[in-house]
Design a binder for this molecule. Structure first.
Ligand SMILES: Cc1cc2nc3c(=O)[nH]c(=O)nc-3n(C[C@H](O)[C@H](O)[C@H](O)COP(=O)(O)OP(=O)(O)OC[C@H]3O[C@@H](n4cnc5c(N)ncnc54)[C@H](O)[C@@H]3O)c2cc1C
Ligand code: FES
Length: 1283
């Protein structure tokens, strides 16, 4: 390697543990999260800061994030904010919404240090935003800090553990020629090219492995088996990177990270014109995977994999890079990377016995222009939908094309060039006339069939044209100063040239601080750190699968249906059972009669399919083996023969056509006289809105361990579940034993979001069966793809509405038909639909309403609870109506919304009066805080000046009903034990999934008992402590359990009363000791049931909800009309959470819920093939919001002076309500699209389904380019659909 360009110091690299082969670690020092700090000794500052800044909720992502930032600090103790941003790429968090993490870690950066100095508050009580800090804005003085950076332990790099001296002083280990020969795989690490070529000659089918980011995925997920692996990282020729006279020569094993470092240095030192290809590479690498991947992935690995969406291959081909390949028998060959290099899907002209040695990336000439583009679903860390590179040579004397190469990824099974277009453009002048010609040729050069894999067919063609247009403008911009009389590009076109870069995030949080006279040890209302945060940051927190193996433990793997709808003709497990280490196979035969049936409400599911399968991924059986590898291998050997059954119903539309609905539906909810309202209406509109489903993507997948007690059928179940009581009940029913023999324990979950409310039974029932039958402990944790295939998602919804309204926009009546896609079984779909029906007016008073609800029965996994539980979908229909009315009347949506907004005392369409309604207050405050009106005008001006980027703004209210709509679930229990040392063991019926429930319950008990929270501990949720609990769901966890805790605490206090009276000056410990001596029970149960609720569907009367949580959000976005990309510029949220029990936790819930909702409304789109195969089954294809997706300005405000008489200590529920507010981003996008359409002469009325993906945004921004995209043949079956 060229040591002049790369540092020879030890470097620290963050890597993905699951992709780093142990053999590749020879000679390296490995640091894990456990090695850098501990709660028992000392926390590392990185661990301390993520915890104290409230950046850890469920904590499952926390160790990975800690290690990314630890690595950053080890390489640079005072990084820039930009470095922090890059180091966090590739990390995902499903809970926090990222803001808290960025802000906490921001305190390590130079930017923060400087802002502190310039703000003159070196005690560290300010934030990282310098002059943007909200404290510098007079109107926002009331903001309080959720954490105090001044309390952080300063980061001192000299305190880091020393690098192992034996590795530092000697490179002996690096020089070793290694071979590790295992039972199934041999790993070779040659140290010179001769040995490497010898090995490749001997094993031509061997895989060369550098980063293992491709091979690792192939072996883990694609069942590929590679008996010989060769690691060439220590072969000098392959790891060298040199600058030569003609360009940069990059060894095939050089990592992307190292290539970037070197190219950046060359860009700095050489004239701009020479390094245009390097600039394109460096820019592209920013969007290539995440830092952990770029740290290890090699240039050669990317090139040789030959993925059709490789981000670098279009650049290499457009640049006509040269490749040096070498074999033992034929020696060195030099190849040019051109259109003939790739010969088919992931195939190229390099022979099996050849090795790629290096790639030579040339310098550019003065009249040569090079531009590359990528569009993905998500900007950071995502694979491309389409990418492109353009290499254009113009004549010296005039802007005439001398040579041009255009390479595209994502348009065919290989990277391709636009051969005809290239030829036809030769000799043409680089001017607007060229554009029309080029579009025509490109469309023909890069055709896509309507059923092409990957889908989004028209969008991909549109992207090709858009990228060319962007490249055209970028070249125009450069040459306008070079060629005489060359016209400058119009000002309003400039916004087309660049995509979105990263922006420095800024944020503010406002909340009510506790009164000065509140007792110091009363934690209610204070931003207390999540009780597990420190343990989560150090890796000490124990999740289900972290429990140590128990002696004799076995592993269970599910055998899943590969058919969508079929009769099972036979099941043959003989081959699997013959495998060494396999203990048993279970199927429906092991569960006679009703024992095989289960369901959270209706028992319409089977533990194992009997006779017929009704979705792909349905458990047909289970293999139990000595370990995970054997169990999973054996599960694949179970042979099942099927006979297909018709019909296969996948989508809501299919179900409507086939009238496939669950019994009991449609359901109707009616108030007033809708027909009369329609008859008397000034205006009537009809419309339709559709929302896709959403994968929960809790970072911890479903997991269960069953431990038989070998006596009296006793069974202990350790499970990641929101509903341990249901697990207990269904396991007991399946095993035909009393429920008192089954104890379910939940310590914590790595996220739940509703996905663990009922679907855990798919895992827990087979595991419990196996443990009971074998009388041995059995464990199962689903792989991510299994979890996604098996356990269901948020329901897709379709709403069709008719709405009447006055000329001012006042809604007089509406009729809505709501359909949700329940999947193959009922699960909770009925309740989800009902909540959607209750929320279909969102926050608007409509006197005449008729809602019809249908649960569609389809052949997909059973869809289930997900944060919001149908509420967001119902409200989405209302917001769509508001916007359709506004468009029709030519008014602002906010104006129409405001005149319809509920007021105090109004009555909903289910006849519940709105009491303590703060909707109007939230609205007014949000309008003011967001400076809505002024920004609306600024946006209008911006849009007039920019043709290809448009901005949009939207303000959206929410009213979320709190309670289970099923009355009997609104109850909770608690158990308080006080021990003689004064310590308290608190148990309650709620489960901790990151939402901070245990922390809040400790706060409640602390205030109630008048003792320090440090005396109170919650160990777990367990059915033998608090029985017959409801699921922790419906946002009601704190409300229900908080009151039950209060009840138990009051019982204890009552009993202590005489003792306290006798010794008023004594303390808690004295009273407890005295009480014990007086034989007073120090253990009490608590119970609570929500009063005055219950709803009668027949009569449309009663209160389905205890109260409502209100909120309003305003969001502004910018869209790139050419690519469909977008950036959220700002979101302001105002929520009424009563008197918050813990503002840090509540603001964390708001931000986390909002970002999860942002994913729902813009990014996340589960795609299913028309025959029912889930196509998005892992993080590679299913995209959650990442760090860089959060609003650039993100402000959250808790409404002050809004106390709630109907929940514990005047608080309000928070879990679900904020999610819908993210639809403000969706509608802001719609607003921006609208501006684009109007400017181009298209109608302002258009349909935009949710999510507003890049593809939908681009295609809705109709223009000259989209009009050139060929229509899709309707006879072709599309690759994928949204269910
Ligand atoms: C999370 C994630 C995100 C990703 N994101 C992107 C992305 O944004 N853009 C993108 O383009 N790709 C992406 N990839 C794909 C992958 O990271 C890249 O293709 C990477 O560069 C592969 O390099 P590697 O060293 O890890 O390959 P390896 O897995 O080590 O090897 C890959 C293949 O290359 C062959 N090979 C390697 N070196 C040689 C050689 N010298 N001679 C002959 N054959 C050789 C191997 O035999 C093997 O078949 C992503 C992968 C993951 C896991
Ligand atoms: S805290 Fe990040 S995934 Fe839960």
């Amino acid at each position: 390697m060229d040591t002049s360009l790369l540092s020879s110091e030890q470097i620290h690299l963050a890597v993905n543990a699951c992709l780093a082969p142990v053999c590749s670690l020879h000679g390296l020092a490995v640091t894990t999260v456990e090695g850098i700090g501990s709660t028992k000794t000392k926390l590392h500052p990185v661990q301390e800061r993520i915890a104290k800044s409230h950046g850890s909720q469920c904590g499952f992502c926390t160790p990975g994030i800690v290690m990314s930032v630890y690595t950053l600090l080890r390489n640079s103790s005072k990084p820039k904010m930009k470095d922090l941003e890059v180091s966090l790429q590739g990390n995902l968090c499903r809970c926090t919404g990222y803001r808290a993490i960025i802000e906490g870690f921001g305190t390590f950066t130079e930017d923060w240090e400087q802002s502190r100095i310039s703000n003159g508050t070196p005690n560290g009580t300010t934030c990282s935003l310098g002059s943007n800090c909200c404290k510098n804005r007079p109107a926002e003085k009331e903001e309080e800090a959720l954490f105090t950076p001044g309390e952080f332990t300063p980061y001192d790099p000299t305190q880091e553990p020393i690098f192992p001296p034996e590795l530092k002083i000697s490179s002996e280990l690096d020089k070793q020629n290694l071979s590790f020969i295992g039972k199934r795989t041999a790993w070779y690490r040659p140290t010179n090219i001769v040995d490497l070529l010898d090995l490749k000659d001997k094993y031509p089918d061997a895989r060369i492995v550098v980063g293992n980011t491709e091979v690792g995925v192939e072996t883990k997920f694609k069942n590929c088996v590679y008996p010989v692996l060769i690691n060439p990282s220590m072969v000098p020729e392959l790891s060298a990177i040199n600058v030569t006279d003609s360009g940069v020569s990059v060894g095939a094993s050089v990592t992307l990270n190292d290539m970037e470092i070197v190219m950046r240095k060359v860009i700095e030192s050489e004239p701009e014109y020479k390094t245009r290809i390097f600039s394109a590479v460096v820019d592209m690498l920013h969007w290539f995977a995440g830092k952990q991947i770029r740290n290890v992935a090699a240039v050669g690995g990317n090139l040789m994999t030959g993925s059709p969406i490789s981000d670098l291959n279009p650049i290499w081909i457009a640049a006509r890079c040269q490749l040096q390949v070498q074999s033992k028998t034929r020696g060195v060959r030099i190849l040019t990377m051109d259109h003939s290099f790739f010969t088919g899907y992931r195939r190229n002209v390099i022979k099996p016995d050849e090795v790629l040695v290096r790639i030579i990336v040339p310098f550019t000439a003065q009249n040569q222009y090079f531009h590359a583009y990528k569009q993905a679903r998500r900007r950071d860390d995502d694979i491309a939908i389409v990418n492109a590179a353009f290499n254009i040579y113009l004549e010296n004397s005039s802007p005439v094309i001398k040579d041009i190469v255009m390479a595209f990824g994502g348009m065919a099974p290989t990277t391709v060039t636009a051969q005809t277009t290239q030829q036809k453009l030769l000799g043409l002048k680089w001017n607007d006339a060229l554009l029309e010609k080029a579009y025509g040729y490109l469309v023909n050069d890069l055709p896509l069939a309507g059923n092409a894999p990957g889908g989004m067919v028209q969008y991909r063609v549109a992207l090709v044209l858009s990228f060319f247009f962007k490249a055209y403008l970028a070249v125009c911009q450069k040459i306008q100063t070079i060629y005489a009389d060359y016209p400058a590009i119009p000002n309003d076109h400039e916004s087309a040239v660049h995509g979105f870069g990263s922006v420095k995030p800024s944020s503010a949080q406002y909340f009510q601080v506790v009164p000065n006279d509140q007792k110091v040890n009363d934690p209610v209302g204070r931003p207390i750190v999540h009780k597990s945060a420190y343990k989560q940051a150090t890796g000490e927190a124990v999740y289900c699968d972290d429990m140590p193996q128990i002696k004799g433990e076995l592993y269970l793997a599910l055998v899943l249906s590969s058919k969508t709808h079929a009769r099972i003709l036979s099941i043959d497990a003989s081959q699997a059972l013959a495998l060494d280490g396999v203990q048993a196979f279970y199927s429906a035969e092991d569960l006679p009669g009703k024992r095989n049936s289960w369901g959270p409400i209706i028992h319409d599911e089977e533990v194992f399919a009997r006779g017929v399968v009704t979705y792909q991924g349905q458990p047909v059986g289970a293999i139990v083996a000595d370990d995970q590898r054997i169990a999973q291998q054996a599960a694949k050997l179970v042979k099942i023969s099927y006979q297909d059954i018709e019909p296969v119903i996948v989508t809501i539309e299919d179900a409507i056509e086939k009238e496939s609905f669950f019994p009991g539906y449609p359901k109707k909810l009616e108030k007033g006289n809708v027909d009369a309202a329609f008859a008397a209406a000034d205006n009537i509109l009809t419309g339709e809105a559709r929302m896709a489903g959403q994968e929960h993507f809790y970072l911890e997948t479903h997991c269960c361990i069953a431990v038989p007690k070998c006596e009296d059928d006793e069974l202990h179940i350790y499970i990641s579940s929101q509903n341990p009581t249901e697990a207990q009940k269904l396991i007991a029913e399946m095993l035909d034993i009393p429920a008192n023999r089954v104890t379910c324990h939940v310590k914590r979950m790595g996220g739940g979001f509703g996905g663990k409310e009922s679907r855990f039974n798919v895992v827990s029932l087979p595991v419990a069966l196996a443990a009971h039958r074998l009388q041995r402990p059995v464990r199962c944790m689903l792989d991510r793809d299994e979890d996604m295939i098996v356990t269901g998602q948020r329901h897709p919804f379709l709403g069709r509405f008719k709405v009447s309204f006055t000329n001012t926009g006042k809604i007089t009546g509406c009729e809505v038909y709501i359909y949700n896609n329940g999947g193959y079984s009922m699960d909770l779909s009925g309740a989800v639909l009902e909540r959607a029906m209750f929320h279909t007016e969102n926050s608007y008073k409509i006197d005449n309403v008729r809602v019809h609800g249908y649960v569609c029965r389809t052949n997909i996994p059973s869809n289930t609870a997900f944060r919001g539980f149908g509420g967001p979908q119902g409200m989405f229909f209302a917001e769509t109506m508001i916007r359709d009315i506004a468009t029709y009347l030519g008014k602002e949506p906010s104006e129409v919304a405001e005149i319809n907004l509920y007021q105090e005392g109004n009555i909903t369409h289910y006849n519940q009066p709105l009491l303590n309604c703060t909707l109007q207050k939230c609205w007014t405050e949000c309008v003011a805080r967001s400076d809505y009106s002024a920004r609306q005008q600024e946006i209008q001006q911006y849009n007039e000046l920019n043709k290809w980027k448009k901005r949009g703004i939207s303000i959206v209210p929410t009213k979320f009903g709190i309670s289970f709509t099923c009355k009997f679930l609104n109850q909770a229990g608690a158990l308080v034990h006080v021990y003689t040392d004064g310590s308290v063991l608190l148990s309650h019926g709620g489960t901790e999934m990151g939402q901070g429930l245990h922390t809040k319950m400790i706060q409640v008990a602390s205030r109630a008992l008048g003792i320090s929270e440090s005396l109170i501990h919650i160990s777990e949720t367990s059915t033998d402590k608090v029985p017959n609990t409801s699921a922790t769901a419906a946002s009601a966890g704190s409300d229900l359990n908080g009151m039950a805790v209060l009840n138990a605490c009051h019982t204890i206090l009552e009993r202590l009363q005489p003792i306290k009276k006798a010794n008023p000056s004594g303390g808690w410990e004295d009273w407890i000791k005295a009480a014990y001596v007086e034989r007073i029970s120090l253990s009490a149960t608590g119970f609570y049931r929500t009063p005055d609720i219950g709803y009668d569907w027949e009569k449309n009367e009663g209160n389905p909800f205890n109260y409502f949580t209100f909120g309003v959000a305003c969001s502004e976005v910018e869209i790139d009309c050419l690519t469909g990309d977008h950036q959220v510029l700002r979101s302001d949220i105002v929520m009424d959470l009563g008197e918050s029990l813990n503002p840090a936790i509540d603001i964390g819930q708001i931000e986390g819920g909002f970002i999860q909702g942002y994913g729902l409304f813009t990014l996340e789109e589960p795609i299913v093939s028309p025959n029912g195969t889930l196509l998005t089954r892992g993080p590679g294809t299913y995209k959650l919001p990442g760090f860089s997706d959060i609003p650039a300005v993100f402000n959250v405000s808790l409404l002050k002076g809004a106390s709630n008489p109907r929940a514990v200590y005047s608080s309000k529920a928070v879990g679900e309500p904020p999610l819908f507010l993210a639809s403000s981003i969706f509608f802001a996008i719609k607003d921006a699209i609208s501006s684009a359409r109007v400017q181009r002469g298209f109608s302002k009325k258009f349909k935009l389904d949710s999510p507003a993906t890049a593809a939908r945004i681009r295609m809705a921004c109709e223009d000259d380019l989209t009009s050139k995209v060929p229509a899709v043949d309707p006879k072709l079956t599309p690759w994928g659909v949204t269910a």
